[in-house]
Design a protein around this ligand. Sequence first.
Ligand code: HXC
Length: 260
Amino acid sequence: VDMSDYTTIKVSTDGRVGTITLNRPEALNALNLTLMGEVVAAMEAFDADTGIGAIVLTGSAKAFAAGADIKEMSAKSHADVVNEDMISHWDRLIGVRTPKVAAVSGYALGGGCELAMMCDLVVAAESAKFGQPETNLGIIPGLGGTQRLTRAVGKAVAMDLVLTDRMLSAEEAASYGLVSRVVPTDDLLTAAADVAAKIAAKSLPVVYAAKESVDRAFETTLREGLMFERRAFHACFAFEDRAEGMAAFVEKRKPEFKNR
Ligand code: HXC
């Protein structure tokens, strides 16, 4: 897809930071098939570009995303969702190695909350509201809401959100470990861009090693995870940027990373 052909998202870059803005205001950024395809394509395009070191994913002031598109979903039969393996296309985001920062203002509900959780960090505006209200519709969360949410906040809060339609405020979400930072609503995009720029200024292969090691904590046993981390740590000594980073500290100057 050509960037200018996107109809449900906007894409921009600033230095080494790429930004994807969900743009279906008439439906509070509900995640329909077109939007899913465009977000995945834009993420993969940024990921393939070594000039991009971090990605910001955001929505509007009122809604990050109000979930899967209920109108589109309502017509589907069981065979439809099985045959098209509904939702699975989003799994391609797991393969995106560039760190993804979700910048959430307003509603992040259902698939919207799950999409934020697929990002590596969440920066929340004070206005953010997180929930998994799927059971109201006769379905359950399908993009990780029972898994990533539970790993992030624990069983007590995850059960509450999944079984009722309780929404967490930004402050609550931060206190439970769902989001990394809470900022005044007007500052959201600046704050998220600052976080992304900070990541993007570092050595890309080192960032990959760090991110993959943290992710490992959710995939494996402590012993295996520690082994993964140790190997990744040792491997950093093969990077030119490791030598540069340490030399810069010793020489009291800023490092100039070459991403190699
Ligand atoms: C389709 C949606 C939508 C959605 C809102 N709209 N959410 N359309 N799918 N998920 C549309 C409304 O129909 C309406 O269109 C317009 O957006 C504005 O929404 P309102 O409801 O009028 O706004 P408001 O009264 O402010 O209420 C906001 C809201 C409410 C509380 C967020 O819209 C809401 O409850 N939305 C559904 C939330 C939800 O159940 N999400 C989970 C979806 S299931 P019109 O044309 O009437 O103006 C899911 C499964 C995950 O996510 C699967 C993985 C992808």
